[in-house]
Design a protein around this ligand. Structure first.
Ligand SMILES: Cc1cc2nc3c(=O)[nH]c(=O)nc-3n(C[C@H](O)[C@H](O)[C@H](O)COP(=O)(O)OP(=O)(O)OC[C@H]3O[C@@H](n4cnc5c(N)ncnc54)[C@H](O)[C@@H]3O)c2cc1C
Length: 412
């Protein structure tokens, strides 16, 4: 380990904060990590509930494109700390990973809580590391490099103490604004805004959308996954799963299109997506199959047998077509290939997997340092970027944290 007499304070013990701490500790910096929660990585724990998708195995150019308008920034961060580097780091931690059929990367055996345990254990082995939980960042004097934190006494929850702390470098990995109970409250924007740092309003990303289904639909379908369907909005199309829910729809395809759907709703108060229920067959083929229905077979039985349209999917078709459309083969074939679903609003931000909004890129140097306030760095979901699910959010947090740590390390 190198020797450094520099003190670095990191606020936020999510993936970005924990990962940055690791690389700074290796260089020998004195690292103090603060979080207002009673434990670390609460959102990382939640992310593990449905299968922790750490990153994606596609090539770097394709990967970077997932960040849309910000792909150039990410191309640079990914070139320094790539998905392969992340897999190697997991391996060194004792966490084996595998590539799923969709190219997504997951841990082989361990749960996110077990990964977090190993991660924290590694950090605690460094003598130059201090973790301060239940400490909330409430103010920053950026010029003087002094932060004000409020600590909650372990014994008395009401007993709040204010401390002023100073350091050579400050790093912030304070997260977005969904799943507030994990600690990602987004309250930190107030501190940055009053110090003239532009923060864009938070908006839900990777979220479900609401529409009004009939009572019959809600009762009969409840929650149901439509697999292997194609979802189209304007010129964006995605193949995958759509989850029908009593409030509307969600699922991987909808998350991936959530930015476009949300923007359309912001502009027109509604967005219409189109489902192709049989993406592997042409409309002519669907019509041909429909025309083979025998008189004795019901239409729902025939749809199931010849087009693999389930009972729930059939209820969806009936919900979104007129009687005439449903009963006429040619118009039914059209609807099966192009079923419009009007969406009216995103689900509340609290439920979103991620949020866009936060610190505007124009405030940052390529090394993620605040242009107005040198020696203050930001990283992870607190920066205003969008990415779909698929491991792109966690990889972003890791790659940005690496860039920040490398930059500070290079200033030794
Ligand atoms: C249900 C769900 C599933 C997900 N699944 C995946 C997935 O499979 N793959 C993927 O790539 N991503 C997934 N994500 C997203 C991913 O978890 C986040 O993008 C990632 O955790 C962001 O890391 P971060 O370090 O930037 O911020 P966070 O993880 O949000 O960490 C921010 C930290 O800052 C602390 N903090 C905030 N304000 C203060 C303050 N004032 N003072 C002190 N501390 C403060 C918080 O307590 C928190 O610990 C999922 C998210 C959710 C909600």
């Amino acid at each position: 380990m190198n020797k450094s007499n520099k003190k670095v304070i990191i606020f936020g013990a999510g993936p970005s904060g924990l990962f940055c701490a690791y690389h700074l500790l290796k260089t020998g910096h004195q690292v103090e990590l603060y979080d207002h929660q009673g434990g670390v990585g609460k959102k990382f724990l939640v992310a593990g509930h449905g299968g922790l998708n750490l990153t994606h195995s596609e090539d770097l150019d394709q990967f970077a494109l997932k960040y849309g308008k910000d792909s150039q920034h990410f191309s640079s961060y990914l070139s320094e700390f790539s998905p392969e580097n992340l897999r190697q780091w997991c391996h060194n931690l004792g966490v084996e990973t595998f590539i799923g059929t969709s190219g997504r990367v997951f841990p082989k055996k361990l749960k996110s809580s077990e990964i977090l345990f190993l991660w924290l254990k590694t950090l605690k082995e460094f003598p130059n590391f201090r973790l301060n939980l239940k400490h909330k960042l409430i103010d920053i004097d950026f010029q003087e490099k002094i932060a004000v934190v409020q600590s909650k006494d372990k014994e008395d929850k009401e007993d709040k103490k204010e401390l002023k702390i100073s350091a050579d470098y400050f790093i912030y990995g304070l997260g977005g604004a969904s799943w507030k109970k994990t600690g990602s409250t987004g309250e930190w924007t107030q501190i940055f805004i009053r110090n003239q740092i532009k923060c864009n309003a938070f908006q839900p990303m990777n979220c479900g959308f609401e529409r009004k289904w009939s009572e019959y639909f809600k009762e009969k379908v409840d929650r149901y996954p439509l697999k292997n369907v194609k979802v189209t909005l304007a010129h964006h199309s995605i193949l995958g799963e759509v989850m029908l829910t009593p409030y509307g729809i969600e699922g991987t395809t909808i998350y991936a299109l959530s930015k476009q759907i949300r923007e359309e709703i912001n502009q027109f108060q509604k967005a219409t997506i189109y489902l192709d229920l049989c993406p592997h067959w042409s409309e002519e083929k669907v019509l041909e199959k429909l025309s083979k229905k025998k008189v004795k077979t019901s239409l729902s039985q025939h749809l199931k047998k010849s087009l693999h349209i389930s009972k729930e999917c059939n209820i969806l078709l009936k919900e979104l077509t007129t009687d005439d459309e449903y009963k006429t083969s040619s118009s039914l074939a059209k609807r099966i290939k192009n079923l419009p679903i009007e969406l009216n609003r995103p689900r509340p931000m609290e439920e979103a997997i991620s949020t866009s909004g936060g610190i505007d890129w124009q405030e940052l140097t390529p090394n993620l340092e605040l242009k107005k306030y040198p020696n203050h760095f930001v990283m992870g979901e607190m920066i205003d970027f969008d990415a779909p699910t698929g491991g792109y959010l966690l990889q972003a947090a890791f790659s940005m944290a690496y860039r920040v740590a490398q930059n500070i390390n290079s200033m030794l």
